[in-house]
Design a protein around this ligand. Structure first.
Ligand SMILES: Nc1ncnc2c1ncn2[C@@H]1O[C@H](COP(=O)(O)OP(=O)(O)OP(=O)(O)O)[C@@H](O)[C@H]1O
Ligand SMILES: [Mg+2]
Length: 234
């Protein structure tokens, strides 16, 4: 993997909850597999699910058939720390997550880690965030999922600034849902994000998660053309 321009651990964060991190995670997995890599996905903290209920990793598995794992699952549909407090659960430590990712790396070339909510949501009882996890994970970089619409520039720049302040490697930006008929705001947002140094890795079209999984897997490398280019062809 040393020759690749994409690190073997890709941490997917978003400018907010519900921006499309799970669907982008699936598209990154599919793009990695299309490039001939063995790819797994990991969700450190999955909230809003009961035991046995499908979470984000079930959606990634449905779309990609890849191997996935969860660190912990909590019932309340809220941030991990208050959700854990409600059921008196102890959250995994940062070292626990690092060990789980290291274990997945032993059997895969690329591990895609999907955060909870945005970058600074606390994931551990010691108040560590996804930014801290990215810092602790060797050979990792962060991919930021952003919205297309008005407001995205401020949210994206805030997330980038927090990453750069912590010295976290930034792989690139992906727009989670791109409309069939973008307006002038969306078009200029895309141009602006595309001109940033880390670059725009691609955009997922509106409706991407409704495609059947075979069509999703076939289309993902084209949606994420910037990522495909950096991964190279098999
Ligand atoms: N390109 C798209 N087109 C249409 N719907 C989309 C698209 N991307 C995401 N969605 C839908 O928007 C919702 C939120 O997306 P998703 O679950 O990927 O967000 P998330 O950032 O992972 O949220 P969370 O913070 O809960 O993990 C889902 O219902 C998903 O199916
Ligand atoms: Mg998600």
């Amino acid at each position: 993997m040393t020759e690749l321009q994409v690190p073997p651990v890709v941490v997917v964060t978003g400018t907010d909850t519900d921006v499309g991190k799970t669907v982008v995670t699936a598209a990154v997995v599919a793009t990695g597999r299309a490039a001939g890599l063995r790819v797994a996905a990991y969700k450190p903290t999955q909230t809003g699910v009961s035991p046995g209920q499908p979470g984000d990793m079930a959606e990634v598995e449905r779309l990609t058939e890849a191997c996935t794992a969860e660190g912990v699952r909590l019932r309340a549909p809220m941030a991990p720390r208050p959700a854990a407090a409600l059921e008196h659960a102890v959250l995994p430590t940062l070292a626990d997550h690092v060990a789980r990712v290291a274990d997945l790396r032993r059997r895969h070339d690329l591990v895609v880690v999907e955060g909870a909510g945005g970058l600074l949501v606390e994931l551990t009882d010691a108040a560590e965030t996804l930014a801290d996890l990215a810092t602790a994970l060797p050979d990792s970089g962060v991919l930021v999922v952003a919205r297309a619409a008005l407001g995205t520039l401020n949210h994206t720049m805030l997330t980038r600034e927090a990453l750069s302040h912590r010295g976290v490697r930034q792989i690139g930006i992906v727009i989670g849902s791109w409309p069939a008929r973008p307006d002038i705001i969306e078009e200029t947002n895309r141009d602006y994000l595309g001109a940033l140094p880390e670059g725009l890795l691609g955009v997922l079209p509106l409706g991407a998660p409704s495609l059947d999984p075979t069509a999703f897997r076939a289309a993902a490398p084209g949606w994420l053309a910037g990522l495909s280019q950096r991964l190279g062809t098999p």
